[in-house]
Design a binder for this molecule. Structure first.
Ligand SMILES: Cc1cc2nc3c(=O)[nH]c(=O)nc-3n(C[C@H](O)[C@H](O)[C@H](O)COP(=O)(O)OP(=O)(O)OC[C@H]3O[C@@H](n4cnc5c(N)ncnc54)[C@H](O)[C@@H]3O)c2cc1C
Ligand code: FES
Length: 288
């Protein structure tokens, strides 16, 4: 029997799923679809999505599907899994996905990639987990937090945002227990970077018993990685890179390893240990 921390495998090919809800949240958008065929995804995995209507309609773009992390999963709903996605509109693909409404169809492939480790697998001395999310990167952190709650593993969440218009999903996906916020513009919570909050937590005894997980913009990921490496705190990062296929065929998602060579982020990641990579500062995404 498969261990419960192995990665769920995607069904072959892509499938059409119905969008059942879409709503604005703090400058982003959450949409929900029902997947009648796929296995329940694990924290850290992602999907390749394309809106069925009008994809490739604007001068041929967006042509390829877009990699999107699930932000929440509810099992045993009528018709299959209910999957929530948190979307930040940065280009034609995310804009088209954000424009889908109830009743629209969405092409879905996945879940792809590997999952976050459990804290004791990352650090045998771990007393719990510290989750550090930034911007749209709070989505995989929310899924991991739910799994840790279900398993009775303590966790603390540190979430950082530029301003209120880039802070969607916090209330709906996290609630307020054990969650601290940082806003660069000081509009709520700590004024400054989320890494300030991480440094506070890692002071004293916490560093030896910590397991850190993070997802967010590359500069934040690299800052978290450096903080953890300097203190010998095990850290896993969910990275982004341009993804054309999502299953290892195109090499578009290659990132440099610390000891030379490359990882294909879609199959070797997107979750990687901080000491396995040379840098979290991936190049500019550029896909069609
Ligand atoms: C594993 C994985 C999980 C992801 N999960 C999510 C998710 O849950 N929600 C989500 O909204 N996106 C997510 N992304 C990012 C998303 O797939 C890319 O941003 C995608 O390229 C957007 O497509 P587009 O056509 O909208 O914009 P593109 O045409 O690809 O990009 C438009 C412009 O925006 C810039 N850009 C691209 N991505 C970003 C970004 N993340 N932030 C700021 N600028 C950017 C590009 O450099 C370009 O200048 C994920 C990516 C990966 C690899
Ligand atoms: S996205 Fe094609 S190899 Fe990773």
């Amino acid at each position: 029997m498969a261990a419960d921390t192995e990665r769920p495998q995607a069904p072959f090919g892509r499938r059409l799923c119905e969008v059942v809800d879409s709503r604005p949240t703090g400058g982003y958008r959450i949409f929900t679809l029902v997947d009648g065929q796929g296995p329940a995804p694990a924290p850290g995995q992602f999907y390749m999505l394309a809106a069925a209507p009008d994809w490739a309609a604007e001068g041929g773009r967006p042509y390829l599907p877009r990699a999107i992390s699930h932000a929440r999963v509810s099992e045993n709903v009528s018709g299959g899994l209910r999957l929530d996605f948190l979307i930040h509109e940065v280009g034609p693909g995310t804009s088209r996905l954000a424009r889908m409404g109830s009743g629209d169809q969405c092409w879905v492939a996945g879940p792809f990639g590997g999952r976050f480790s459990l804290p004791r697998d990352l650090n045998p001395a771990a007393a719990g987990a510290i989750l550090v999310g930034g911007g749209i990167g709070i989505a995989p952190m929310a899924v991991l937090r739910h799994e840790l709650v279900d398993r009775g593993i303590p966790s603390r969440s540190l979430l950082g945002f530029r301003d209120q218009s880039h802070s969607g999903g916090v209330d709906e996906l996290f609630g307020c227990e054990e969650t601290r916020l940082a806003f660069e513009d000081g509009s709520s919570g700590h004024k400054g970077y989320v890494t300030d909050l991480l440094l506070q937590l890692l002071e004293g005894d916490d560093a030896g018993s910590a397991a850190v997980y993070t997802c967010g913009p590359p500069a934040m990921l690299e800052a978290v990685r450096q903080i953890c490496l300097q203190r010998s705190v095990p850290v896993e990062l969910a990275l982004e890179s341009p993804m054309a296929c999502g299953y290892g065929a195109c090499f578009g998602c290659a990132v440099p390893k610390a000891d030379g060579g490359y990882l294909r982020l879609c199959i070797d990641g997107p979750v990687v240990r901080g000491d396995r990579i040379a840098t979290a500062m991936a190049g500019e995404p550029a896909i069609d």
